[in-house]
Design a protein around this ligand. Sequence first.
Ligand code: PEP
Ligand code: MN
Length: 341
Amino acid sequence: MIIILKKDPEQKQLDNLKAWLTGQKLTIHESRGDSHTILGLVGDTSTVDIDLLRALDIVEDVKRVQEPYKNANRKFHEADTVIPVGSTQIGGDVFTLIAGPCSIESEEQICLVAAAVKRAGATMLRGGAFKPRTSPYAFQGLRGHGLELLMEAKKLTGLPVVTEIMDLSQLDLFTEVDVIQVGARNMQNFELLKELGRTGKPVLIKRGLANTLQELLMSAEYVMAGGNGNVVLCERGIRTFETAARNTLDLSAVPLLKKMSHLPVIVDPSHATGIAALVKPMALAAAASGVDGLMIEVHNDPTHALSDGAQSLTPEAFSDVSAAVMAMLPYACRYHGGKVV
Ligand code: PEP
Ligand code: MN
């Protein structure tokens, strides 16, 4: 349920209203916009008397929120969420370009790629240390050592880093990580999401291979319900009957998520396609759709990469994609209150 307050509500009446609501075991999320303040209520609102609320002097309107996601809902928070990350941010006026290898393979590799993607305009560095591989015989990542190497690359370049957590037990190793990624396969690992909700760290959640947008938002809700509002949504392709590409990039997810939620949305054209030659067209299409950023896999030697070489760009190819995206951005869709303007 949301309560839309009249402009400049009288403070005493507002305090009384809030005390009355919390007395009914409801959690209040206050969002102050330019013209209105909204009180979003989480909890069992079935017994709340809407007519009584509507009759209050300071109340403009009361609406029930049908969707099961509350904190992540655009109705709870009209303005776009902007998440500060190091000296940059995700969301708002900044376009986030996250690039780096699928897996961290060696100090030389991660540092070389980090420096190259920075030169090409990346604002954040990615690199997997804990790798969720389909085969148990495939390279599983350098794990804790991989994170140490990622920190070397962070120190070298100053780029904030994004890396995937696979299990709760790894969390202590993530203290220096700027953005914790929850991969597609872990999107509904609810215990992990709950624990990440207790950290203040930005969490990037990738859409599961066969999950709806509502399910993605419910995963965001798990993190937010724990008190961590710093959630980024990532469309990375879903599984369909089409096998020509690794996945099917669902680009309509971008305007839909923008309408449904206030959280920043990024697209990963690398995992969405699995084919390096498709990354540029899909990166441009995603950028044109008005996404807040891209995540792109880059490797210094894709043919010898220990994971996802087929979809990885060389630093030169990434530089070309980055320049093309930057040139296109002034023409990209813009959103206001979740709608294309
Ligand atoms: C990754 O980013 O390396 C990854 C494994 O992605 P996804 O979870 O989208 O498959
Ligand atoms: Mn990968």
